[in-house]
Design a binder for this molecule. Sequence first.
Ligand SMILES: *[C@@H]1O[C@H](CO)[C@@H](O)[C@H](O)[C@H]1NC(C)=O
Ligand SMILES: *[C@@H]1O[C@H](CO)[C@@H](O)[C@H](O)[C@H]1NC(C)=O
Ligand SMILES: *[C@@H]1O[C@H](CO)[C@@H](O)[C@H](O)[C@H]1NC(C)=O
Length: 364
Amino acid sequence: MFSLPLLFLPAVLVSAHRFPSHSRLRSRSCHVNDSSSSGLAAPVPVSSNDSSTSGCFPSLGFEMPSDVPNSAEGWWCDPATEYAFVGFSYEVTSCQSLQKLNKDFADIRNRFHSRYVRLYGACDRDGFYDDVIEAAWDNTLGVHALIWFGFDGTDQWMGRRDNLFSTLHSNPKAQFVTRVVQFGSEPLFDGVLPSDTLAAQVLSAKNNLSSLGIPVTVSELAYGYQENGGAQNVLDVIDSINIHMLPFFSSDATTGGDSWSLVLDDLNWFIEKGKGKKMYFDENGWPSVTSEAVQSNGPNAVASVGSEHAYFSLLDQHCNDLKNVVGGGVGWFAHIYSDNQEPGYGIYDSSGKLKFPFAPRTLC
Ligand SMILES: *[C@@H]1O[C@H](CO)[C@@H](O)[C@H](O)[C@H]1NC(C)=O
Ligand SMILES: *[C@@H]1O[C@H](CO)[C@@H](O)[C@H](O)[C@H]1NC(C)=O
Ligand SMILES: *[C@@H]1O[C@H](CO)[C@@H](O)[C@H](O)[C@H]1NC(C)=O
């Protein structure tokens, strides 16, 4: 029996009630437009070193070595070559077994040509992250690991941080599959730490993980920064900008296929403030149903399978626009793998059927 991950509900509920009116964000000047020659960066011709296909981890077609390498030198694909669809958000509150992780990660890699999984939620079972590492290694997937705060203002995150760091140092495969550590999912939006404390934690995490070469980010909404005075102190210390792109919550939301201007509002804000850093849409999608927890702030927002599908198609249609964004292009994750992980946002429904055809572009 699947246990419903209740932990995520409050965040979405909070989002529903507190997400800003998009009219405030609308006034931002627009740096990108619908044309692929938008002048952000010179369009890059597809080259043989494009990391969706070349011989670096976790490019498509990469063959895992039989032994763990001695050094990570030259191991990772250059983030500046990673764009388009890169993988899924994957909720771990149900503490999946190694067998289940292996099954899902194989599907994520082989059926959808993913390069990454982005963890969401928390499993505090001893050795869980070792299992994630094992399944990621066996399925040629990089991992965006997560220190989960939860929503109750508890100190549990400190133990999670220490456990994760210990595993990263002790498991010899960890540095070869852990692409980045997310220091929280919407910690600014949820107000779990003042921005200067969060920035200091990010710096200390970077220091702790520097010998492993594992970078650190914060997974956050544009609005999470904006409601904290821009939180430039956080933006300045994170290694990549991991963006929550959830335009359904906007007061101007209509359908998933008609949300490009909302995507640009937030993306342009990050382009303006991000000083050229690599960007991902790491929590990114459109719901097929509303629920108590998932309510738009707009009267015209349509939650439907068609709208969810159209949102991802929209990102595919704008593959070149996203590729041309500073930092080597935006790589995007689909939120989320299954409706069992977050009702309405899944690519699969709760019975394991695809809700719509999903074969997003991995290059353009
Ligand atoms: C979009 O970009 C194209 C090409 O650079 C330009 O001609 C056009 O005026 C731009 N449109 C807007 C609305 O900025
Ligand atoms: C990819 O190839 C181009 C052209 O050969 C080169 O200029 C660029 O530096 C390469 N990029 C990477 C990440 O190797
Ligand atoms: C990294 O953090 C772990 C857990 O907090 C700690 O045990 C370890 O000593 C730290 N290592 C470094 C090099 O800071």
